[in-house]
Design a protein around this ligand. Structure first.
Ligand code: ZN
Length: 214
């Protein structure tokens, strides 16, 4: 089977990593995980630049989680950590919208997370840029502002599981495909988002993207 199919296609799947920054795990009262914690969003939940960002109403708190998002450019299973980085084609910033009150209820009940993480509009996404192999993916600065106030500030160097380790881990459970997206987890500072807010996510290496929340 070819390992170097570089033709990108529209994302079929969105993998997400929970608790990938120690400070965020701490603010949520969660333990530091010993292996990546994975959940998924459907591709139909994506909201791109210029599309309306609508938050669910009457379901409790909606939280913003700013994250580095990578797009894979090659297929592969059982990918070794040493070559995993070569599977990244593009990067951007995104927001993993989370229904926090619903999530707390689901966690207590031991139920799956789809209702709090995978609803329509939950995968907010900036525009992708090519990410050359020599560029350091573990030294990307990012900031999230709501109505001009700084809410989240992070650098990908603080990931508990770096991108290469995430890809290697995922590829032991799924055959990864070109166009697959990975939301790589959020730094600390997550907080509420309500209709009328303006949210902006920004990285000097990637760009700046904003939405008016409806
Ligand atoms: Zn997240």
């Amino acid at each position: 089977m070819s390992e170097s199919n570089d033709s990108l296609r529209p994302a079929a799947r969105i993998f997400c990593i929970a608790r990938n920054y120690a400070e965020h795990a701490k603010e949520m009262g969660n333990a530091i995980p010993s292996e990546p914690v994975i959940f998924m969003k459907p591709a139909s939940s994506m909201v791109g630049v210029g599309e309306p960002l609508k938050v669910p109403k009457a379901q409790g708190l909606v939280h913003h989680e700013m994250e580095l998002v990578v797009m894979l450019g090659r297929q592969g299973s059982e990918i070794p950590v040493q070559s995993a980085r070569e599977h990244v084609a593009k990067v951007t910033l995104g927001i993993d919208l989370t229904l926090r009150d619903v999530q707390n209820r689901l966690k207590k009940a031991g139920h799956p997370w789809e209702l709090c993480k995978s609803f329509d509009g939950s995968a907010v996404i900036g525009d992708f840029i090519e990410w050359p192999r020599q560029s350091d993916i573990q030294n990307i600065d990012m900031q999230c502002r709501v109505n001009g106030s700084l809410r989240q500030q992070g650098n990908t160097r603080d990931m508990l599981f770096p991108v290469a380790q995430i890809i290697a881990f995922l590829s032991r459970h799924w055959r990864l495909l070109p166009g697959d997206l990975i939301y790589t987890g959020t730094p600390a500072g997550v907080g509420p988002l309500i209709a009328g807010d303006r949210i902006e996510i920004e990285s000097p290496q990637i760009g700046r993207f904003g939405w008016n929340v409806a």
